[in-house]
Design a protein around this ligand. Structure first.
Ligand code: TXA
Ligand code: MG
Length: 348
């Protein structure tokens, strides 16, 4: 069961090892460690999205992450660790709140921002004084971190401002052979990036809503500030690298308020000859023939919706649509991470 096999291996493709998501073959992990130790980049699955990993302490490899992604040098990366003990080595100080969060949510989709330890290369943090740290829960990421014995810098494995990858195929499509090795463990569980919380100020603050929902976070940090949580249109821009336009498909993404409006826009565009994708979360019957528009219906539950969102947008992009019209999601806190990504993806 836990066998690694060489998937497709063509010119301009990275080496791809298919691994069991629950019990990765140690020889595949050993090969990934070898690639990292010789300065290479490895695309690894996490429970949120695939990451493009390099050793935190290998400045040359970290510089390559920026080059491959086309990411501006001031955009900080997230350092991935095995757990709290390793995280403490990356932070200048470790507040009690960090321990509470780590105990409650690690390994898992929560990223903590703290003051950076002097030993951590500034390039990892986009030159800034802080460092973002998380312990991923994906067994493949954990196995890799354990075998390597040191932290990995890993942004999402996509080009700058593009859609995050939730399958190894998405990574290969975006990065070709710019990455030495892809560990393919199938689709990611959460499908949306981690929640980022800044612990440096007097009050903890959510910088990016994500896979860990606010209700769970508040349980452990009752005083956490979550600007934009329930408020429509409000920006969360305290975080470097949180451009308005981000997480965008190639096709133009148009965000509609309602199901009716989404359909009206989609069929209006299709009427002008455009190839159009339509993403809704309410399934309703309709008399309009579906052949003019590629329609996709996502689940009504925010967690299930998030799991499929990027995948659906990737699929519609691959189908060659010119525009994707998305029905706006409910203005509720549980949908915050999804509505944040839809808003950023649709900003021109
Ligand atoms: O789920 C995730 O977090 C994925 C997987 C691979 O772990 N990683 C990810 O990394 O989304 P990336 O580089 O695509 O997003 C990093 C974001 C930045 O855009 C910024 O919002 C925040 O994390 N961030 C990172 N370092 C920070 C810092 N020092 N201060 C404030 N925000 C930071
Ligand atoms: Mg990203």
């Amino acid at each position: 069961m836990a066998s690694a096999k060489l998937a497709r291996y063509l010119p301009s493709m990275p080496r791809v090892l298919v691994v069991d998501a629950q019990a990765p073959d140690p020889s595949a992990i050993a090969e990934a460690v070898q690639v990292l130790r010789s300065g290479g980049l490895v695309a690894m699955p996490t429970e949120t999205v695939y990451g493009l990993a390099a050793r935190v302490f290998d400045e040359h490899a970290v510089a390559r992450i920026y080059a491959v992604k086309g990411r501006p040098a001031h955009h900080p990366l997230i350092a991935h660790v095995e757990g709290e003990a390793q995280a403490r080595l990356l932070a200048a100080s470790w507040p009690e709140r960090a321990s509470r969060l780590a105990q409650a949510f690690w390994p898992g989709p929560l990223t903590i921002v703290l003051d950076r330890a002097a030993s951590v290369p500034a390039a990892v943090a986009g030159g800034g004084p802080s460092i973002a740290i998380r312990a991923p829960s994906h067994p493949v990421a954990l196995a890799l971190l354990a075998a390597l014995g040191e932290p990995l810098a890993a942004p999402s494995a996509n080009r700058f401002q593009g859609l995050s990858p939730t399958t190894a195929q998405h990574v290969i499509k975006e990065l070709d052979d710019a990455v030495e090795l892809v560990l393919d463990a199938g689709p990611c569980e959460a499908g949306i990036e981690s929640t980022v919380v800044d612990l440096r100020g007097p009050r903890p603050r959510v910088l990016r809503p994500g896979a860990l929902d606010l209700a769970a976070l508040r349980h452990v940090l009752p005083d956490v500030e979550a600007p934009g949580g329930a408020v429509r249109g409000e920006e969360t821009r305290a975080s470097p690298g949180m451009e308005a336009r981000h997480y965008a498909p190639r096709a133009r993404l148009i965000l509609a308020d309602t199901w009716e409006e989404a359909r009206r826009i989609a069929y209006g565009l299709a009427g002008t000859g455009a190839r159009v994708g339509l993403v809704t979360y309410e399934k309703r019957t309709t008399s309009v023939p579906e052949k003019y528009v590629l329609a996709r219906s996502l689940p009504r539950d925010p967690t299930q919706y998030a799991r499929l969102l990027y995948r659906t947008l990737h699929d519609l992009d691959d189908a060659g649509v010119d525009a994707i019209v998305v029905q706006g999601v409910p203005h509720e806190e549980a949908w915050w991470a999804v509505s944040d990504r839809l808003r950023r993806g649709s900003t021109e």
